[in-house]
Design a protein. Structure first.
Length: 217
């Protein structure tokens, strides 16, 4: 026997919505682990760090497969790379300052810090071009040339990415975005950008040692 369909309960039978807690007073942005972007950047560190590790592993595999190393007449000229390394290490101090000023939402100081970090990033990019010229081997000459160019090019992409991000943030902090209702998010973006620069510097140090000093050892 088939039962007839039941009529839906009247609207009055539905329980009214009840507000458990009012969260409208909470901020719409955060710094560090309180920001979803910070966690996304951290995940990016892991994936890109694995790419660097694979490239470095390939380099040492080739070292083990060749009795003579490097496969070039001379070792790479390390002076441009050394100067770039010194510049990147020195940049950690102004980068930490602009990160601190972003947490304090100090707009004038953040503007000055972003301008300085933009200049540093552009200088690092210019030095990287000299590094390619001083390798003493073409990318297509042999396996040594290929992996050496790949290591520099991998880090170059990170320099380009951070330089572009820093320049865009610098421009935004001189517009209404730095003073409007969503200005807090811009300061959070500045902090995340500073966090990313730490990875750019840290990831370069093992590459610098491998590219310029392993061939001399």
């Amino acid at each position: 026997m088939t039962l007839p369909p039941r009529d839906p309960p009247p609207f009055s039978a539905v329980a009214p919505a009840r507000i458990v807690r009012d969260l409208s007073h909470l901020p719409t942005y955060g710094f560090g682990p309180k920001s979803p972007m910070w966690w996304g950047t951290l995940g990016f560190f892991v994936t890109e760090g694995m790419a660097f590790a694979l490239a470095l592993g390939t380099y040492f595999y080739l070292v083990q497969q060749n009795q003579a190393w490097p496969l070039a007449p001379v070792a790479p000229d390390h002076w441009a790379g050394t100067l770039n390394t010194a510049l990147l290490l020195a940049s950690l101090w102004p980068n930490a300052i602009v990160d601190r000023d972003a947490h304090h939402e100090d707009l004038p100081r953040v503007r000055r810090g972003l301008i300085l970090m933009s200049l540093i990033a552009l200088a690092a990019l210019g030095l990287r071009l000299y590094e390619f010229a001083g390798l003493g081997v073409r990318w297509d000459q042999n396996a040594y040339g290929s992996i050496t160019w790949v290591l520099l090019a991998l880090h170059l992409t990170h320099l380009v990415t951070d330089a572009g991000d820093t320049l865009v943030l610098t421009v935004l902090m001189f517009t209404h975005h730095a003073k409007g209702p969503a200005k807090g998010r811009r300061f959070s973006d500045v902090s995340d950008n500073a966090f990313y620069w730490y990875f750019v510097v840290a990831s370069w140090l093992p590459i610098y040692l491998v590219v310029y000093w392993v061939p001399r050892w």
